[in-house]
Design a protein around this ligand. Structure first.
Ligand SMILES: *Cc1c(COP(=O)(O)O)cnc(C)c1O
Length: 412
């Protein structure tokens, strides 16, 4: 912008309205970070004409900047969707979907192994606003079928479920949702767009099936550092996207440019990191399965784990499924160990740190009380205490040695 009066303006004004513009054409491996609440319009007509609902221009920081538009498009590429919304956390992504798509009188169905805070949202705010929630058995298609009723509007899916990591018959569930005319929203944090394609799941005859919405805790693998909270809501239908976008706007959701940049910086290496996490987790899960203290290992790529055949069918075809499982698994420590012994085992770990979340370079561990988390404890789960491991990017032999020394503490 050319301001001819500027040389006479006071310093305070000149520092704000300085008219130097750097030359165009700068290119670098990483995109620029555009930070804005306010976006400047060239004139009133442009201000009035600008539509915030698509990516044709900019209106206000909450509605997008070049940095967030770029991240949205790259996440569409990652997940195979058409439209994307960025929100401040994975949980906010879940909440945006449920709040946008459900109204009083509706029912939402959740798997019994759903991400805990999704269930808590349904039991609190959604219930308060007249939305019922019902829990289904994720490993029993007939149970889901029986529970889809006249008021059911939305079905949440997880593949695999949180903590116990059972892999469901995702294709069967999506076919069922489509046949019954209910929306299917997948929490795709585990698959991350890498283990399977949520918008084109192969299912033989009749062509691929797709989820309606894929939510992703970018906090995990896309960020990859354990230092960013962010979520995405990806769709492949413009009308559904607009519904979600309106709710996103009404709720005032947005993300910071520096956080978007951190995810943009980590995204190119997500495939390499995911594969490395996967490799490490499988080595350690297989080793733990041999240890006498371990009653059961819950890892969908391990034969014998609940839902392994479903994982195998969906993710296991290319390269024997290598790189098609996340770096997270749980074990059931034998029922002969008291909670105090299990706690001592977790405390004894040195490289595995006690902490929630996953997807970063540092290995993490959390003990869980499954009985308090589920409507019913399934018969396929061994008796004992569930401990979940998130395998980071450390040397696998070092991690195995850490587990070995902590198992000795368990037995003392
Ligand atoms: C971590 C996680 C979330 C929530 O992500 P936040 O960014 O921590 O809110 C949602 N779903 C699953 C499956 C997760 O693992």
């Amino acid at each position: 912008m050319n301001l001819p009066h500027l040389p006479e303006a006071a310093l305070a004004t000149r520092l704000i309205h300085h008219d130097y513009e750097p030359p165009p054409g700068f290119q670098a491996p990483q995109p620029a970070v555009h930070k804005a609440s306010t976006v400047i319009f060239p004139n009133v007509a442009a201000m009035r004409a600008r539509d915030w609902k698509d990516k044709s221009g900019y209106t206000y920081g909450l509605h997008g900047t070049p940095t967030t538009f770029l991240l949205e498009e790259r996440l569409c590429a990652l997940e195979g969707g058409q439209q994307c919304l960025l929100v401040p956390s994975g949980l906010a992504a879940i909440a945006t979907v449920s709040l946008a798509l459900l109204r009083a009188g509706d029912e939402v169905l959740l798997p019994d192994n759903a991400y805990g805070p999704n269930r808590a949202l349904s039991a609190s705010l959604l219930a308060q606003w007249g939305v019922r929630h019902t829990v289904y058995d994720p490993m029993d298609l007939a149970d889901l079928e029986a529970k889809i009723g006249a008021d059911t509007r939305l079905v949440w899916l997880e593949a695999p479920g949180s903590v116990t990591l059972e892999f469901p018959d995702l294709v069967g569930m999506l076919r069922l949702c489509r046949a019954r005319g209910v929306l299917a929203a997948l929490d795709n944090t585990w698959g991350a767009g890498l283990a399977f394609d949520p918008f084109a799941l192969p299912c033989g005859d009749g062509g691929p099936v797709a989820v309606d919405v894929s939510v992703h805790a970018l906090t995990k693998y896309p960020s990859g550092g354990g230092d960013v909270l962010m979520g995405s809501v990806v769709t492949h239908d413009a009308d559904l996207h607009l519904k979600l976008k309106l709710a996103h706007m009404h709720l005032g959701l947005g993300v910071g440019a520096n956080d978007a940049e951190a995810v943009l910086r980590a995204l190119p290496s997500i495939g390499l990191r995911y594969r490395a996490h996967d490799r490490g987790a499988r080595v350690l899960a297989a080793w733990l399965a041999q240890q006498p203290a371990v009653a059961q290992v819950l890892h969908p790529a391990l034969p014998g784990s609940p839902g392994h055949a479903h994982w195998q069918a969906l993710c296991g075809s290319a390269n024997g499924g290598e790189g098609a499982a996340a770096g997270i698994f749980s074990v059931v420590l034998d029922a002969r160990y008291s909670q105090a012994r299990v706690d001592a085992f977790c405390d004894a770990l040195r490289l595995f740190k006690l902490g929630y979340s996953w997807g970063g370079p540092m290995s993490l561990v959390v003990p869980y009380d499954i009985r308090s988390m589920r409507s019913s404890v399934p018969a396929y789960l061994a008796a004992g205490t569930v401990v979940r491991f998130s395998v980071g990017l450390e040397n696998v032999d070092d991690l195995r040695a850490d587990l070995a020394q902590a198992l000795e503490v368990l037995d003392t």
